[in-house]
Ligand binder design. Structure first.
Ligand code: AP5
Ligand code: MG
Ligand code: ZN
Length: 217
């Protein structure tokens, strides 16, 4: 069965980490608007040029830009591949747009998984985060170090990088944006009985197990 699921949660909740783990074995692809925007910034595309300063400030990029990115990705994806929406939708307008986009591509939403987390822990999670510069594998100074220091577990690369918006001040703005604009879309999905809540404070592997339980229904 082809599934389409949304992972919802504040910055640092583990959306990217869990998406990366869930794509293996479930025939799904991770669609992260944050990753798409960072790629656009790096490539200096027109979208990237518009998004750069907004992202560095921790504010939300326009609804139209991100919905167009998602629409284009789904258009390019085979109908047999499911989708994990990571960091999208983030506003009521995006939630409505996603319904239209899914309908257009003959898909339907199966689950909205809210990762519930304790806000104080998020700043530490985010400021300790880094990724492999070669393959993108995610790590953390305290919670997930490479097995051999300085060497990526996945690809053996030695270059690591940190995100431009992963400083404490920007994280606070990102959290405020989440509270003001993203958390209020939960009732939209609650009404349709699509929301499951998973404890995002548990160990990474336990969070995956809990999500897989939801997916099995
Ligand atoms: P985006 O890239 O989506 O960032 P975010 O929502 O702030 O979320 P993060 O990626 O920071 O956190 P995550 O939940 O993926 O956590 P992770 O798994 O890495 O967006 C960035 C910016 O782009 C936005 O601010 C905005 O400007 C723009 N943007 C993107 N989408 C947009 C949209 N739809 N509309 C408008 N603008 C948009 O985990 C964090 C760390 O914690 C990692 O190091 C990980 O190893 C560790 N960790 C994870 N889980 C656990 C655990 N259970 N226990 C211990 N450590 C853990
Ligand atoms: Mg992420
Ligand atoms: Zn790597």
């Amino acid at each position: 069965m082809v599934m389409n699921i949304i992972l919802l949660g504040p910055p640092g909740a583990g959306k990217g980490t869990q998406s990366g783990l869930l794509v293996t074995g479930h025939g799904m692809r991770q669609l992260s608007t944050g990753d798409m925007l960072r790629a656009a910034v790096k490539a200096q595309t027109p979208v990237g040029l518009r998004a750069k300063a907004v992202m560095e400030a921790g504010e939300l990029v326009s609804d139209e830009i991100v919905s167009d990115l998602i629409d284009a990705e789904l258009a390019a994806m085979g109908a047999e591949t499911g989708a994990i929406f990571d960091g999208y939708p983030r506003t009521q307008a995006q939630a409505v747009a996603l319904d239209d986009i899914l309908a257009k591509h003959g898909r339907q939403l199966d689950h909205v998984i809210e990762l519930t987390v304790d806000e104080d822990a998020l700043v530490e999670r985010i400021t300790g985060r880094f990724t492999c510069g070669t393959c993108g594998e995610g790590y953390h100074d305290r919670f997930k170090q490479p097995a051999v220091e300085g060497t990526c577990d996945k690809c053996g690369g030695h270059e690591f990088k940190r995100r431009a918006d992963d400083n404490e001040e920007t994280v606070r703005t990102r959290m405020a944006e989440y509270r003001a604009k993203t958390a209020p879309i939960l009732p939209y999905y609650d009404e349709r009985k699509l929301v499951s809540r998973v404890d995002g404070m548990a160990d990474i592997a336990l969070v995956t197990t809990a999500i897989e339980k939801v997916l099995r229904g």
